[in-house]
Design a protein around this ligand. Structure first.
Ligand SMILES: Cc1ncc(COP(=O)(O)O)c(C=O)c1O
Length: 428
């Protein structure tokens, strides 16, 4: 008869083995019946409490065409279904809520941001829910419909020439300055209004003209807050606490890889870090567009040659037609990422992918989402059939009509789509 201690140890080992086998089996059977699994979860049917409450909990969908073509389950997180139309809604909410909690922003304040589009649209969408205003500085080469949407949402928009980040008039630097100006205006206004404890400068509730004229902001503005999506790691936290856990829950923890491009790096950092903490076997990849240095950073540990460094270029070069992704500096957000590797994606691959998905799946996606799907196929090719790969569908094609979906624009750049299938990724 085996000693009691040995029997106990054997029983424990058997229990662990059974648990591991049944976990693996459950992952496999979940993968086999993936559609049933993903859609069998009860949907939350109760009303969401306002626009902010409607952000997140986006569907994760099987991209049928890419899954069938690769033999992997390729799943897209439908961030384009957020109320503000993109993945950046989560970031806008987190940045504003953390700023309000810290007292750096107060009701009646203006949130400023330098953004090529999506984040600005999201801040403009959610700011009124917090009693705040939004001022956006945008490069004038961004698709015109983005500036139009931001203005229609009630925010103020400043369009500036695209220059290097080291230039004081780079849109991010202008946005930072505008927040300081709003703070100066607010304190000037406060000093004037409460001078000697009397409301001297107020006539029928209106402040002095001097204060009004000194700024683009209304005189009743209570201050400014620079959202700073690149360096503010509330951005990372939005994905670490939101997108990552949702993906984990929606896949039942049964995924093999995650892939995404980086603009600020918030998405890829927050999701990769969360997933790898849950299961270090989940491979996380970056897909990098032309002109971006992050591929080099991930694969070789260096960003660029000296000549390529941001600020060294004589003028802003034209690198890629994709919008919102690719960068030549290391941001605080990107530095939080846990990545196993990186792929390079081309503009042609992104354009062809976008048309392929419209034709085969009815998915009308923006340029960064198309690039992410290129990355998902690359990951499938690397890992081989039978794996589950998740990516982000950041925004819809509707934001990209004047460039990415414009035949004339594409022809000008030699990017007219010609593929009939996925041959542009080596799949017959
Ligand atoms: C449309 C779009 N997709 C993707 C990204 C990249 O996401 P992240 O900034 O989290 O790296 C951005 C960033 O602005 C974006 O606007």
């Amino acid at each position: 008869m085996a000693p009691a201690r040995a029997t106990g140890a054997m029983a424990a080992a058997a229990a662990i083995a059974i648990a591991v086998v049944s976990y693996c089996y459950s992952c496999k059977s979940k993968k086999r019946s993936n559609l049933n699994f993903f859609f069998s979860k009860k949907k939350k049917l109760e009303p969401r409490k306002g626009v902010v409450d409607a952000i997140g909990n986006t569907p994760l969908i099987r991209i049928n065409s890419l899954s069938d073509a690769t033999g992997c389950e390729i799943l897209g997180k439908c961030e384009f279904l957020n109320p503000g139309g993109s993945v950046k809604d989560r970031v806008a909410v987190k940045i504003i809520e953390e700023a309000l909690e810290s007292g750096k922003l107060t009701e009646g304040g203006v949130v400023t941001e330098g953004s090529a589009g999506s984040t600005a649209i999201s801040i403009a969408t959610v700011a009124p829910n917090y009693g705040c205003k939004c001022h956006v500085v945008i490069p004038d080469d961004a698709a015109i419909e983005k500036a139009q949407i931001i203005e229609a949402l009630g925010a103020t928009v400043e369009r500036v020439r695209p220059v290097s980040i080291t230039h004081r008039d780079h849109f991010v630097n202008v946005a930072r300055r505008r927040a300081l100006e709003a703070n100066e205006l607010a304190s000037k206004h406060q000093n004037t209004a409460f001078k000697d404890g009397k409301d001297m400068e107020y006539i029928n509730g209106h402040g002095s003209n001097e204060a009004k004229e000194s700024s683009t902001f209304p005189s009743d503005c209570t201050g400014g807050f620079f959202a700073d999506q690149f360096e503010n790691i509330a951005n990372f936290r939005a994905h670490y606490e939101g997108t990552g856990p949702e993906i984990w829950e929606q896949t039942g923890g049964c995924l093999d890889a995650f892939v995404a491009a980086a603009g600020t790096g918030g998405t890829v950092a927050g999701v990769s870090r969360f997933l790898q903490e849950k299961n270090s076997n989940i491979k996380c990849f970056l897909i990098d567009p032309p002109g971006s240095s992050l591929f080099n950073k991930v694969t070789r540990g260096v960003m660029y040659t000296k000549e390529e460094a941001e600020g060294q270029r004589l003028k802003n070069p034209f690198d890629t037609i994709t919008e919102g992704i690719g960068i030549n500096r290391l941001t605080q957000n990107f530095m939080m990422a846990k990545l196993d590797g990186a792929f390079r994606g081309t503009d042609r691959e992104a354009v062809e992918m976008s048309r392929y998905l419209v034709k085969n799946d009815g998915l009308f996606l923006g340029s960064s989402s198309a690039m992410n799907c290129v990355g998902a196929v690359r990951a499938a090719q690397l890992l081989g059939p039978g794996h589950t790969i998740v990516t982000i569908l950041c925004d819809s094609g509707m934001r990209h009509l004047s460039k990415f979906y414009d035949a004339q624009y594409l022809s000008l750049h030699g990017l007219t789509p010609t593929a009939t299938g996925l041959e542009f990724l080596g799949i017959k």
